[in-house]
Design a protein around this ligand. Structure first.
Ligand code: SF4
Length: 387
């Protein structure tokens, strides 16, 4: 990203976020092993009421500058009986919307048609494996993989813009090329890859190590050359990898960077599934991160820099989201890039800034190093250009 474009984007994020995630409920009929929200079958006490939801939508619509995109998430947003009313109100206030439902029996064609009629065009669902064994084991529901693929086809036929979220972990890292190919076949336009942070039920499952995270980021850069938008969540160092790769265009990065066996396997898988490709890689995505362009409102109105960062910054029941976002001292510190350790010294701290959620989960220091970035390792194998 060019310096002036980056500065403009970051200045804009001082005034208002680009994305607001609203965890409309904790209720969900799934019990995925890696669930950030530790979702429950039933809604928890204190969930924002319909009227409080309307008030939150007003707060978002009244923020200065271009209105943020509001994403209805959960739990399962379809577990809220008033979802259509909330969406209708948000549309009446001119907000751009996305929904991120769980794939359950509630996600019917009729329910999706209603969303489309209300003006929703963007839906994201999760797929965490390239085959039923892998995905269903994580979700704990036999047949869930097939249902997810079927749902993607249905949503595509209804005209939605499809986003798939994949949480990358040790157990599925080697399936990433096959997952990518499956998404291309299904007409998905955005692939958002979550790098697990050990919170909620996710604490029970192993995160990928920094060397593997670096290999996966290089693979994801390769994947952008096939025309799909690829983004990461809680791995902003993907943007560093994109920037480091830019001067070398479509060249094999192993000529310039020290990469591991996982990268080789994923690159080979990509070639096998999709054919070779010398089209240019896509450039850097928005320089958003926890509390910088992104804000999360919990089921009870508590505001967090990210759904993976359990530090409460205020509550929309008593303060406006805009005031919390612009004035909270932690958020202003994050946006000014005043980090501790390697992230604080890093040339990429404005473009990347590290996962604040992972820094906090690992060390309790929210401004500390993101331990999944290879640059933050003391005995690290830096993926810098080879001598
Ligand atoms: S050291 Fe920190 S700021 Fe630099 S690339 Fe790694 S995570 Fe990003």
């Amino acid at each position: 990203m060019r310096e002036e474009t980056l500065t403009r984007a970051l200045n804009r994020y001082d005034q208002s976020p680009h994305l607001v995630f609203w965890e409309t409920t904790k209720a969900c009929s799934l019990a995925c092993r890696h669930c950030r929200a530790s979702a429950q079958l039933d809604a928890l006490p204190g969930e924002l009421s319909t009227q409080e939801g309307f008030a939150l939508i007003d707060q978002i619509a009244d923020m200065p500058g271009p209105s943020p995109i509001l994403v209805f998430t959960g739990g399962d947003c379809f577990a809220r009986a008033d979802l259509a009313r909330l969406i209708g109100y948000a549309r009446s206030r001119g907000l751009r919307l996305g929904i991120a439902p769980s794939v359950t029996d509630r996600l019917t064609r009729e329910a999706l048609e209603e969303m489309y009629a209300l003006g929703v065009r963007s839906v994201s669902i999760s797929l965490d494996g390239a085959n039923p064994e892998s995905h269903d084991t994580l979700r704990g529901i036999p047949g869930h993989f097939d249902k997810t693929i079927e749902t993607l086809h249905m949503m595509r036929d209804l005209g939605f813009r499809l986003q798939v979220n994949t949480t990358v972990m040790k157990h599925n890292a080697r399936e990433m090329a096959e997952i990518f190919s499956l998404l291309r076949e299904t007409g998905v336009s955005i692939w958002e890859v979550f790098f697990l942070v050990g919170v909620g039920r996710g604490i029970q499952i192993l995160e990928v190590d920094p060397a593997d995270a670096e290999d996966i980021c290089h693979f994801l850069v390769d994947a952008t050359s096939y025309g799909m938008t690829v983004r990461t969540v809680e791995a902003p160092f993907f943007r560093r990898v994109q920037a480091e790769r830019e001067p070398f265009g479509a060249e094999d990065p192993r000529s310039h960077f020290e990469l591991g066996e996982l990268y080789g396997a994923l690159r080979e898988g990509l070639g096998r599934e999709e054919g070779s490709n010398d089209r240019p890689i896509r450039s850097t995505t928005l320089a958003t991160g926890d509390g910088r362009g992104i804000i999360f409102v919990g089921f009870d109105g508590e505001v967090h820099a990210s759904g993976f960062l359990p530090i409460a910054l205020g509550n929309v029941k008593s303060e406006s989201l805009g005031d919390i976002y612009t004035a909270n001292p932690l958020l202003t510190t994050i946006r000014s890039g005043q980090f501790i350790g390697e992230c604080g010294r890093c040339d990429y701290r404005r473009l990347c800034g590290g996962s604040r959620a992972r820094a906090f989960a690992r060390s309790g220091e929210v401004l500390g190093d993101d331990p999944s970035c290879i640059r933050t390792r003391v005995a690290r194998r830096i993926a810098l250009p080879l001598a």
